[in-house]
Ligand binder design. Structure first.
Ligand code: ADP
Ligand code: MG
Length: 244
């Protein structure tokens, strides 16, 4: 096994008395497409948020491309440059154009020269199929288009791994596929992806690793097609039965 791109060792997280992550261990290789599934409240978002330091962990270790994050650590600049994250809500700045939204982080965080920022932004918008929307404002776009801009914005920082937390859950059903198509294309290009999703077919067909979380633990993990066909635990069996 090569050195994992993302290593999660014995990670614990509490919110007050609520023990939300109870010793998570995961190894994610460059190019892996990991789907995380599980009931509401099982700790999926907290795990993703811990990977890019939006939550501090209480115990254990997270390492992304050689950048270590330890319990209680708060200086996260190096780690955050390696990790992109996309949320259910797109969180675009409404007063900035699409192009300005995508250019902002490279400009401010990486101090990339303006001409280079524009070139990167145009390339990323082309990748998500929205080159012609460079000068549009977010409220002129559909929800699916706005989420694709959010993907372009994350990609503009050239992350090593992209975290997606239920990125199609706020969309009207007819807009889900255009966003999933972009994610699928990124996966095919070799981007390392960790996605919390309710799209079970997508998790099975696009992911190469499935992680089922249950009550703050990785309850089952492995090959998606194998796990969907032969869930070993009653908890995964009933989860799959409930979502189908
Ligand atoms: P999931 O994404 O699987 O639905 P979460 O990671 O959001 O689960 O939540 C796991 C548990 O942590 C839940 O019990 C939730 O109420 C709690 N939790 C999440 N975020 C916070 C927070 N900021 N403060 C307190 N409790 C939280
Ligand atoms: Mg969640």
């Amino acid at each position: 096994m090569p050195t994992p791109l993302v290593r999660i060792d014995a990670v614990h997280k509490h919110f007050g008395n609520n023990h939300v992550l109870k010793g998570i261990d995961l190894r994610i290789q460059q190019g892996d497409v990991v789907a995380i599934i599980g009931r509401s409240g099982s700790g999926k978002s907290t795990l993703l948020r811990s990977i890019n330091g939006l939550e501090t962990i209480d115990d254990g270790l997270i390492e992304v491309d050689g950048e270590r994050l330890r319990a209680g650590q708060t200086d996260l600049r190096a780690l955050r440059q390696k990790v992109g994250m996309i949320f259910q809500q797109f969180n675009l700045f409404p007063h900035l154009t699409v192009g300005q939204n995508v250019m902002l982080a490279p400009q401010v965080v990486k101090k990339t020269a303006p001409a280079d920022c524009e070139a990167i932004a145009r390339a990323m918008l082309l990748k998500v199929g929205l080159a012609e929307k460079f000068d549009a404002f977010p409220d002129q776009l559909s929800g699916g288009q706005q989420q694709r801009v959010a993907i372009a914005r994350a990609l503009a920082m050239q992350p090593k791994v992209l975290l997606c937390d239920e990125i199609t859950s706020a969309l009207d059903p007819e807009l889900v596929n255009e966003v999933l198509a972009v994610v699928k294309q990124l996966a095919a290009e070799g981007m390392t992806l960790i996605m919390v999703t309710h799209e079970m077919r997508f998790a099975r067909d696009v992911g190469n690793k499935l992680v089922f979380m249950y009550q703050g633990k990785v309850h089952e993990s492995g090959d998606p097609k194998e796990l969907f066909a032969n869930p070993k635990t009653p908890e995964l069996q009933s989860f799959i039965a409930a979502v189908n």
